[in-house]
Design a protein around this ligand. Structure first.
Ligand SMILES: C[S@@+](CC[C@H](N)C(=O)[O-])C[C@H]1O[C@@H](n2cnc3c(N)ncnc32)[C@H](O)[C@@H]1O
Length: 369
């Protein structure tokens, strides 16, 4: 193997090399932390600490139906990492009392809070499962073979739930004046929520606008089944319906005042066809609103942390998910505004408008007919 000559400036090389070693060590600390967060989330350890207050390892094990020795190791890890606190750290491990600082409760224990991030542990574990199959997919160029089985109800598909419930019908759509006006007006507006996943965006729109009806579509049968259940539980089951349908051929046209696509075009193998279908689904004068990742306008290296984050998801999950279709656009998670504009124009729109809705993670677009 021919390596670049590092002897020209050995001091600089040593610095860069040590920095990289340190960086990978810190990455491993972070990865392991997310695995332990997966366990805390799955086992209800955070919720038990938040609701029941401080606990010894035995008390927390008792509250959560878990084994004390495992829980003790988890608590010691979390306290040593600063994720939880330990009261005065007595020398006797079984006597130590641990608590969740109040500032950490929204992030680790309250899934209704927009700052809730414990799902990241779940997402990272789910994303890791197909990696051995992805090695082979890199060689063949296709999609990774499906996993033989995955744990049911891991909650990972609800990652956008808190955002939708707290912001979609309360801030984001009210921020688009003409859309907001139409959704409040008579006759009751009809909304199509394309690639709605487990339905939280559809539910949040119905909650924010008590007159409207929403039809949610997604290819994923499992997601659609739980979406209907979520809608009933949220009390909007009479105005929100869900069905399994491909965004590229939903089988409806000219029926909607608003068509939304949230964080899903990038996952689709045929985004142009999906946009073309969305164009035929709206009444004249209706709107197609899309939200996708807030990536930089251009490729840069090194890039922002957000671009790094979305590239990470792209490599391990979003791009592979779209590679099974021989006609795939192979977009990946880093779909820049120029790419979306190109897709929109190919789909028959005149242009794309970036909407003035500020978030740290998404950019909102409206397709201009
Ligand atoms: C990242 S998820 C977003 C789900 C939902 N919009 C949300 O924000 O929670 C992307 C979704 O796109 C769906 N999807 C991908 N390709 C699709 C297609 N051709 N037609 C319908 N849904 C599709 C997937 O099943 C998945 O639910």
């Amino acid at each position: 193997m021919e390596l670049e000559d590092s002897r020209a400036d050995p001091g600089r090389e040593d610095d860069r090399t040590s920095a990289l070693v340190e960086r990978l060590f810190q990455d491993a600390v972070g990865a392991l932390e997310l695995y332990t967060i997966y366990l805390g989330e799955r086992l209800g350890l955070y919720r038990a600490l938040a609701e029941g207050g401080s606990a010894t390892s035995a008390e927390l094990a008792e509250r959560t139906g878990t084994a004390e020795r495992y829980v003790r190791e988890w608590l010691e890890h979390h306290a040593s990492s600063g994720l939880i606190e330990v009261d005065d750290a007595p020398a006797e491990p079984l006597a130590r009392r641990y608590r969740l600082p109040p500032e950490h409760i929204p992030v680790l224990a309250d899934s209704n809070d927009v700052r809730y991030a414990a799902y990241k542990g779940v997402d990272i574990v789910r994303a890791g499962r197909p990696l051995p199959l992805l090695v082979e997919a890199f060689r063949t160029g296709g999609a990774p073979a499906p996993l033989p089985s995955e744990p049911e109800d891991e909650g990972g598909r609800d990652y956008n739930r808190a955002r939708f419930i707290n912001l979609l019908g309360k801030e984001w759509l009210p921020g688009i004046t003409d859309v907001d006006r139409r959704l409040r007006a008579e006759p009751a507006a009809r909304v199509a929520d394309v690639a709605c996943g487990t339905g939280w965006s559809s539910i949040a729109m119905a909650q924010g606008y008590p007159r409207i009806t929403v039809d949610g579509f997604d290819l994923d049968e499992g997601a659609i089944a739980v979406a209907q259940q979520h809608a009933e539980e949220a009390g909007v089951g009479d105005r929100v319906t869900f069905s399994v349908a491909d965004a590229t051929a939903p089988g409806v046209s000219d029926q909607y005042d608003l068509v939304t696509i949230f964080e899903a075009l990038l996952d689709m193998s045929r985004p142009v066809e999906a946009l073309r279908a969305a164009r035929t689904m709206v009444f004249p004068g209706g709107s197609v609103v899309v939200a996708e990742e807030l990536v930089q306008e251009e490729f840069t290296a090194p890039a922002s942390d957000l671009d790094r984050y979305y590239y990470g998801w792209s490599v391990v999950s979003c791009l592979p998910g779209a590679m099974g279709d021989p006609q795939t656009a192979a977009t990946g998670a880093v779909m820049r505004p120029s790419t979306l504009r190109r897709y929109a124009i190919e789909a028959g729109f005149r242009d794309v408008e970036v909407l003035p809705i500020e978030t740290d993670y998404w950019r909102f677009y409206r397709m201009i007919p």
